[in-house]
Design a protein around this ligand. Structure first.
Ligand code: HEC
Length: 113
């Protein structure tokens, strides 16, 4: 009678996640529709289509490179004084943040809602 120790189960599932997560990403690039869906989670705080101007500049229409770098920095908890974005960005994979940055950078109409 062999008992599986919880530690082994956790180790195994983490490895499986890494493996299958990596495979899924390699096989299925994030579609425009998926990117739009991912980015829509940002609009509750940043306004419809990320155009709201509040305490910070709108997140829509920024150059992809700098927006993506900013999101990755949030994800890695490298932005001092961050209250929300570090925890939020940690919930996305780097590929998902790239897709979000790409989608948002494509919104060029800076109209305020
Ligand atoms: C719960 C509210 C909330 C949500 C949801 C949210 N943000 Fe933010 N965002 C903030 C706050 C608050 C800040 C200011 C930094 C901080 O304290 O975290 C910020 C700052 C930012 C900044 C930096 C702005 C600047 O001018 O420095 C970017 C870029 C950004 N968010 C992108 C996003 C993206 C992309 C998403 C969706 C994946 C998102 N945010 C979702 C609240 C939110």
């Amino acid at each position: 009678m062999t008992r599986i120790m919880p530690r082994h189960v956790i180790g195994l599932s983490a490895a499986a996640l890494l493996l299958f997560g990596g495979q899924a990403m390699a096989e299925e690039p994030i579609s425009y529709e998926q990117a739009s869906l991912l980015a829509s989670t940002c609009f509750a705080c940043h306004g419809t289509d990320g155009r709201k101007e509040g305490n910070f500049a709108p997140i829509a229409g920024r150059p992809y490179e700098s927006l993506n770098a900013q999101l990755i920095a949030f994800r890695n908890d490298q932005v001092p004084g961050t209250t929300v974005m570090n925890r939020l960005a940690a919930g996305y994979s780097e590929a998902e943040l790239e897709a979000i940055a790409l989608y948002l950078s494509g919104i060029t109409d800076r109209r305020r809602d």
